[in-house]
Design a binder for this molecule. Structure first.
Ligand code: ATP
Ligand code: MG
Length: 687
């Protein structure tokens, strides 16, 4: 009874695919004819040569079960859904066999061995035992690798037409695969089996042994057909690339795909544009690589106007206007990376606005990142979604993994993980920008905050015959960093934002402020230190001069110094804060109040020196006058510099802030300034 129910069951793939009725008819009825058998073998190869696991789930109708194909390769998933639509449905996989439903008939195939896909071989194969005891090896992989192992006796027409179909597919931007097959004789199978077992159980070098076994068996393959799969660009990729470009970031595309596919994807993602001059390097020997690079270098020089020919030649004048795109393949890179040609590649690549590397192996991707990292001070960022991107993600300064359908390896190896490519834009342009400006400011501010206190102590030492006594109580020195000034630093370091998200996304050029190191540089550091010296002088000398002839003791002036330093550093911070909210208010004013309370408590303890000092001194007008004078005198240089620069030589950020505050009065101005800055600083672009 139960058995019957199982037999009645129908499997339905989760995704439906539009089919070609003619091909379907050939597959259904053409068994026995040469064409029909070949077509059936092709789809059988699709159904067997993969690492997909079918997951069955119940539907409302108890006789229908839904099949969901799950695996690391989205290409394989797509191919299996296609095979299922054409009547070859993989319905079960165990470690030793698979079951394929062929037009309603369940067939069981033994999986005798599987040579997994790797990015060096660029193909995979399975050894399948058929019910009639024959053994076949099915192989699928990249065209470049498959035609290398194809049967040399193969019909030339078939090879040619396959190649031309592949070309058509890839120029449309489809990801292509070639599928092939070979029958194995008994002797061959036995030989393979023993070496496979040996390699599989080896303790050392298992991977390379298995690869050698695979290479041995994957030859004399007869081509069954080719596939083209659309690898849809994620939403918002062209816009994201456009924004990154405007932000002065150089975008390079490194892919394992075929050249034509890569170029087509380059165009659809806005990376390549029609007006670009393409420099293509496809070489198969070191000599030709050298020559191609020399030619490319000549073109780049011509474009940059460095060569004398450029001034006169008409072609040169034309080329000056068009940006360059370098397109280079993995085979050429084999002869270039880690050789003396690297230098030339670097020169060519850095003079091009876009670099597109296709058919590159994972280690070559990492090699390219290292090429840039080792020769420039630029920051590199690598973003990828597949296992083949792991090594470059690890090598780059910043590695980003996209968690997608290709498994989690990229995400596990990354510094940051995002869901889609387009999120890179807010990550860099918004959060990256905010983070940079906060970190840069906080570093300067913390130098300032600590040095001003030390300078005040130092001036005191000069007037006490270097006795190393101090007027500021030890408790206050300890509490200075912990209570008096800590909280505002933390709050501002976390919450402050110079511009809002919308503005930063609208004007990607604002990202340039970080690239030009506008917020943290030697000049700013020196100015900040000079400011802290000036402020400490004001803090120290105003009370010193005021109380010089009075009988007030050191502890009382010490309390004034402490309070003045704390109010000064907090006002200084307050003057630079962009976004005031209740937390910032509470932190800044709260810290000043906390300081007063702490001073009162310290001076109320009879065991400490300076007992009751603050109560005496705070009651005099000189105290308040000094405090007021210190703040005015200390702040004047900083306030004046800030006001004058913001008024006369504002930077992009200040203009954009004005724009945010006062609407779009200056809209045209900001884009003008931002673009101008971009063009001036293009030399400093970061990769
Ligand atoms: N599971 C697979 N079985 C057989 N061949 C495959 C498989 N996956 C990929 N290939 C082939 O190997 C080539 C290189 O694959 P690789 O994973 O290195 O890069 P990619 O996926 O094409 O590109 P990207 O670098 O953009 O992820 C692919 O272009 C494809 O032709
Ligand atoms: Mg991939």
């Amino acid at each position: 009874m139960d058995r019957e129910r199982v037999d009645e069951q129908i499997w339905r793939p989760k995704m439906t695919v539009k089919t070609d009725p003619e091909l379907l008819k050939l597959l259904r009825t053409g068994e026995g004819t040469e064409e029909g058998d070949k077509a059936r073998e092709f789809f059988l190869a699709l159904a067997t040569c993969n690492t997909i696991v079918p997951i069955l789930s119940e539907t409302e109708d108890t006789t229908v079960r839904l099949i969901d194909y799950q695996g690391e390769s989205p290409d394989e998933q797509a191919l299996l859904y296609a095979a299922a639509a054409y009547g070859f449905m993989l319905i079960e996989r165990t470690s030793g066999h698979i079951v394929v439903d062929v037009f309603g008939q369940k067939q069981r195939f033994d999986i005798l061995g599987l040579h997994e896909f790797d990015s060096d071989r660029k193909r995979m194969s399975v050894i399948v035992g058929f019910p009639d005891k024959t053994v076949k090896v099915f192989v699928k992989g990249a065209d470049s690798s498959m035609f290398g192992v194809a049967d040399k006796m193969l019909n030339v027409d078939i090879v040619q037409s396959t190649k031309s179909h592949l070309h058509t597919f890839s120029t449309l931007g489809l990801r292509t695969l070639v599928i092939g097959m070979r029958e194995m004789s008994n002797i061959e199978f036995e030989e393979w089996h023993s070496s496979y077992e040996k390699a599989n159980t080896a303790l050392f070098g298992r991977g390379s042994l298995l690869k050698a076994v695979a290479m041995n068996i994957e030859n004399n393959i007869s081509i069954l057909g080719a596939s083209g799969i659309e690898d849809k660009l994620q939403q918002g990729v062209p816009e994201a690339i456009e924004s990154l470009r405007k932000a002065g970031i150089k975008v390079w595309l490194l892919t394992g795909d075929k050249q034509e596919t890569a170029i087509s994807i380059g165009f659809s993602s806005n990376l390549l544009t029609g007006e670009m001059t393409q420099i293509i390097i496809n070489s198969h020997s070191k000599e030709s690589c050298k020559k191609s690079l020399a030619d490319a270098l000549a073109i780049t020089k011509l474009v940059a106007g460095k060569s004398p020919a450029a001034e006169n030649s008409i072609a040169g004048a034309d080329a000056v206007k068009s940006p360059l795109a370098l397109i280079i393949d993995g085979t050429s890179l084999v002869y270039i990376l880690e050789t003396e040609l690297e230098e030339e590649l670097f020169e060519v690549a850095t003079s091009c606005s876009v670099v597109l590397c296709c058919r590159v192996a994972p280690l070559q991707k990492a090699g390219i990142v290292v090429l840039i990292k080792s020769r420039t001070d630029d920051m590199t960022l690598a973003i990828g979604d597949g296992a083949n991107d792991v090594s470059m993600i690890q090598k780059a300064n910043v590695g980003i993994g996209i968690s997608g359908r290709e498994g989690r390896q990229a995400v596990m190896a990354s510094d940051f993980a995002i869901g889609q490519f387009r999120f890179l834009v807010p990550l860099l342009l918004v959060h990256g920008h905010w983070n940079y400006q906060r970190m840069a400011y906080m570093i300067l501010y913390n130098f300032y905050r600590n040095s001003i206190m030390v300078f005040v102590l130092f001036w005191y030492v000069l007037y006490t015959a270097f006795s190393l006594t101090t007027a500021i109580s030890e408790w206050s020195s300890v509490l200075y960093s912990v209570i008096y000034t800590a909280l505002p630093t933390i709050v501002v370091g976390i919450l402050d934002k110079d511009l809002n998200r919308k503005t930063l996304l609208k004007y990607p050029q604002l990202y340039g402020s970080g690239q030009r190191e506008e917020r943290y540089n030697l000049k700013l550091f020196i100015l900040t230190m000079m400011d802290s010296v000036w402020q400490s002088l004001a803090i120290f000398f105003i009370p010193y001069l005021a109380y010089r002839y009075s009988t007030v003791d050191g502890s009382s002036i010490g309390d004034l110094w402490t309070l003045a330093v704390v109010i000064m550093v907090n006002l200084h911070l307050g003057m630079d804060i962009f976004r005031w909210n209740w937390i910032v208010h509470a932190a800044i004013w709260g810290c000043i109040v906390a300081t007063v309370i702490c001073l009162i408590i310290i001076d109320a303890l009879p065991i400490l020196p300076g007992f009751w000092a603050i109560f005496h001194v705070m009651g005099t007008w000189v105290f308040w006058f000094c405090l007021f004078a210190i703040l005015i005198a200390g702040m004047i240089p900083r306030f004046a510099t800030k006001a004058l620069t913001e008024f006369f030589i504002p930077n992009d950020i200040q203009i954009a802030r004005e724009l945010e505050k006062f609407g779009n009065i200056n809209e045209s101005l900001v884009s003008e300034v931002a673009t101008r800055t971009l063009s001036i600083h293009q030399q400093q672009n970061r990769t």
